[in-house]
Design a protein around this ligand. Structure first.
Ligand SMILES: *Cc1c(COP(=O)(O)O)cnc(C)c1O
Length: 239
């Protein structure tokens, strides 16, 4: 085993142990939580090693980095999640490799994603990104729609050809009433998810929790955790 493979294997084992413990503490089955490894800023060679180690879901946040990486790993059976703020001029590229876009946060993006999915003859999974700290009608600093805008956006995704409404995503806010209160933030996301599922029963994905707070997300009921640093190491640059 290469040094890097051994390092990633050890890190993955630790993250797996954390997820198993968090599931046990919450009385949940391990299979209820999917690990999505956030490979942003790390090379395609790491994605390849992660695949060898059993990882099947990876996430990226910038199309410039993600597109060549996805091409280099096209022979691997992987589900690619896009989790970054997405400009409409990148939508066509992202739609060519992403299976799920977790950062859907405005109507204009829904229109563009739908057009690209139809043109590429693909079905694209969509999560509405919720900015728990955004005021009504506004968007979050790191993307996301305010909680009271979720339903309208969900209806738009649901009605859009080529798109499949899969659920919700959030990043725990750094500011506002939820700053430093991840569990409360994720509980709030679950409430919004319950309301969404009442009208859209299939939209049952809840993506929450990162390296620092995955236990809180699992405790709250998240179905997907997005883990970067704890698997790959501290990122060499901001990403
Ligand atoms: C980078 C990133 C993550 C992973 O964060 P870590 O703290 O490195 O685990 C999760 N979600 C999103 C949206 C990200 O951009």
């Amino acid at each position: 085993m290469t040094d890097r493979k051994a390092e990633l294997a050890a890190n993955l084992a630790q993250v797996e142990e954390r997820i198993v413990s968090a599931c046990a503490a919450a009385g949940r089955k391990r299979e209820e939580v999917t690990l999505v490894v956030v490979t942003k800023t790390y090379p395609a060679s790491d994605v390849r090693i992660l695949h060898q180690l059993g990882v099947r879901h990876v996430a990226e946040n910038r199309d410039q980095d993600a597109a060549p990486k996805a091409t280099a790993c096209a022979d691997l059976s992987l589900t690619w999640h896009f989790v970054g703020q997405l400009q409409t001029n990148k939508v066509r590229s992202v739609t060519s490799y992403a299976d799920v876009v977790q950062s859907v946060d405005r109507a204009k993006l829904v229109t563009a994603l739908s057009a690209a999915a139809v043109r590429g003859d693909r079905e694209l999974g969509c999560l509405i990104q919720v900015a728990l700290d955004a005021e009504s009608g506004e968007r979050g600093e790191r993307g996301g729609v305010a909680p009271d805008g979720v339903e309208e956006l969900a209806a738009a995704v649901d009605a859009a050809p080529g798109l499949r409404l899969d659920g919700l995503m959030t990043v725990a806010p750094l500011a506002g009433e939820y700053a430093g209160r991840q569990r409360a933030a994720f509980d709030r996301l679950m409430e919004i998810s319950s309301r969404l599922r009442a009208g859209h029963p299939a939209a049952n994905m809840v993506s929450a929790g990162m390296s620092g707070d995955l236990e809180d997300a699992v405790a709250a009921g998240a179905t997907h955790v997005r883990v970067g640093t704890a698997v790959l190491g501290v990122r060499p640059r901001l990403g």
